[in-house]
Write a protein that binds this ligand. Structure first.
Ligand code: FES
Length: 627
């Protein structure tokens, strides 16, 4: 029953599998509910009501003492598919039954084995891409068979009901005749975009883009098998305009030409990567029929040439939550001329399409566990779900994690210290196994956590006095010293000396001010999840899993994150690196139109919580500053 949580229960019985009960928002079709949860139901039309294959037996669950409720309504497609007896018995087409109350669903064994792929955080996705190809051998027209070319083709692919576009109509007569009427129809979503000579069903490609502010990653996917063919990444070409979204928004406010230049820079980045993955995967770009792009709200606006200024100033308004679908060529991508581009929707100016993609990849809306998703970065996005409600917020963490505002901070590149262990000596893990040059975000968190552990930093985040240092960590005490710079004199801890007699200014050090920067960043983040936990009346221990996402979060040491209070106090096994979830979400959207619909449904399911206007924000922030 719809029990006030806004969900209904569907109890699936599957042959050769354990029974599964899934909770979904009311109104979702039985087919979608199954598909979202990795339960396979026969289908070739992907839930469009045209293939008549998704047969299931659906019975309403009747609570004890209540009168029986009627079976789901019978549609005209059900009438065409089932006998009267079967209909009375509860047989329906799963994609036409809306789950408005609790249901028991019997799923018969599959007649065709759907392919599935594991993507995201252990998500099993049943392949049903928007790209569909059908190879057909058509009868040649004659005086007794004068069907048009288009009718001939559409009648041969009757499990789909695509709409032809002009590009197709222009090519159709020539291609049909040149290929002896043996052709492959190319359908993307509802559109019949092309007809190719011969059987090309093996070449169906799409590209998933994670359009990050710093780094952009492209994955070329074979959507017929769900296999990634090639992956490439590069720095976003918008870098010269500034390292974060705010500086890029400011650039457009100061110079009317900047928006166009930023748009071109984003398009060039995507084009370069598209070409690179196609070359590497030995795939003709003309066989790429779709791209999916997951980016934050500012990156999405800039790519589309939409003025981002309202995103950067209070009250932080997006032009639209769901960008329209468009042609990849409109973004300057030289792929199939009619290839589609789909962009992820955003929940708010600071919880963008990258986070929606991340939620999809980590199944935040499908899991009954209480889970906390944290994408750590300059702007940190936090999502909390208790299995029924999903809340999200954004916390401005500042540039500390990206190495900004930190004396020896640097990006995670060769020479960056990424792991720090303190005992009788300093043990460092350095990217590229080279001489340490600086400290990246995970190294920063490790260094502070270890200094707290050995007692060289006190709970308020201050370096202890020399005599205390000698007592608590004698082997490390001489590394605690001072440095005078244009910022004045401050206490530092020397992590790496390039030579025994090197001056402090030539060493990789952690200054008192760096520690303060990290304290502010972590307090912003932990205030965010603390307020979300309070909203759902949950304690730290109720959180069953913390997903650390993003290029920085995924590399954090769980133990260090707990020690400094960046995440709730939990056993480290409950803290999981989620990886590049935005890119994974983009892949899922390409492999399954059901998943894509799931991403759009998140706009309705997730409540955005604005923290800055909360009366208790400042008190909580101060509480969270200490270690
Ligand atoms: S999935 Fe094809 S008719 Fe239901």
């Amino acid at each position: 029953m719809n029990d006030g949580t806004g969900r209904v229960d569907l109890a699936f019985t599957v042959q050769d599998g354990a029974p599964r009960t899934v909770r979904v928002p009311p109104g979702v079709t039985v087919f979608d509910a199954a598909s979202w949860n990795g339960i396979a139901i026969d289908s070739t039309c992907g839930g469009h009501g045209t293939c008549h294959k998704c047969k299931v037996r659906v019975l309403p669950v009747v609570e004890e003492g209540r009168s029986p409720v009627s079976k789901p309504p019978i549609t005209r497609h059900d009438l065409k598919t089932f006998s009267r007896e079967q209909l009375d018995d509860g047989w329906r087409l799963a994609c036409l039954v809306n789950a408005t109350r609790d249901l028991a669903v019997d799923v018969p064994p599959l007649t065709t084995r759907p392919k599935a792929a594991t993507v995201g955080v252990g998500r099993q996705v049943i392949l049903r891409p928007a790209i569909q190809k059908r190879y057909v051998e058509l009868d040649e027209p004659s005086l007794t068979d004068q069907r048009t070319d288009l009718d001939r083709l559409l009648q041969a692919i009757d499990d789909l009901e695509p709409v032809p576009d002009l590009h197709l109509l222009r090519r159709l007569p020539t291609v049909l005749r040149a290929a002896d009427f043996k052709v492959t129809a190319v359908v993307v979503d509802e559109a019949l975009i092309d007809v190719e000579p011969g059987d090309t069903t093996k070449t169906q490609y799409a590209i998933a883009f994670d359009l990050g502010t710093t780094t952009v990653v492209a994955t070329l996917l074979d959507v017929a098998t769900g296999t990634p063919v090639a992956v490439a990444s590069m720095l976003n070409r918008q870098q010269p305009f500034g390292g974060d979204v705010i500086t890029r928004i400011s650039a457009t406010m100061m110079d009317p030409e900047a928006l166009g230049r930023l748009q071109r820079a984003a398009a060039e980045t995507l084009s370069t990567l598209a070409l690179q993955v196609c070359t590497e995967g030995d795939v003709d770009p003309a066989h790429v029929y779709e791209v999916a792009i997951a980016g934050n709200a500012t990156m999405t606006a800039l790519l589309l040439g939409i003025d981002p200024e309202p995103l950067g100033v209070a009250p932080f308004i997006m032009s639209s939550p769901q960008p329209p679908d468009l042609l990849a060529s409109e973004l300057g991508l030289a792929l199939h001329p009619r290839a589609r581009a789909t962009l992820f929707p955003a929940l708010g100016a600071y919880v963008g399409g990258d986070i929606v993609a991340g939620m999809l990849a980590s199944g935040m809306d499908r899991d009954k566990r209480t889970r906390l998703f944290i994408d750590v970065g300059t702007n940190c996005e936090i999502v909390l779900s208790d299995g029924d409600r999903i809340l999200s917020t954004a916390a401005p963490a500042g540039p500390a994690f990206e190495g900004g505002a930190i004396r020896c901070g640097m990006r995670a590149a060769d020479g960056a210290i990424e792991v720090v262990k303190l005992a009788d000596d300093v043990e460092l893990g350095v990217i590229g196994d080279v001489e340490p040059r600086g400290l990246c975000g995970s190294g920063l968190v490790d260094a502070v956590a270890e200094l707290v552990k050995v007692g060289l930093l006190d709970a308020s985040g201050r370096y202890v006095a020399d005599d205390v240092a000698k007592e608590v960590a004698p082997a490390l005490a001489d590394r605690l010293t001072s440095l005078t710079s244009d910022r004045g004199e401050e206490r530092i801890f020397v992590l790496h000396r390039p030579a025994p007699d090197a001056e402090p200014e030539d060493c990789v050090v952690l200054t008192q001010r760096d520690v303060r920067e990290l304290q502010f960043a972590k307090a912003a983040i932990s205030t965010g999840w603390t307020l979300l936990l309070e909203e759902l009346r949950l304690e730290h221990r109720d959180v069953q899993q913390v997903l650390l996402a993003g290029s920085f979060g995924s590399y954090l040491s769980a133990a260090s994150a707990v020690r400094i209070g960046l995440v709730p106090t939990l056993p480290v096994l409950r803290i999981v690196a989620a990886g590049n979830v935005a890119g994974e979400g983009a892949k899922m959207a390409l492999l399954s139109i059901r998943e894509r619909a799931g991403a759009r449904a998140l706009l309705e399911e997730v409540t955005y919580v604005e923290l800055s206007d909360r009366a208790e924000f400042n008190d909580r922030f101060v509480d969270q500053l200490g270690f």
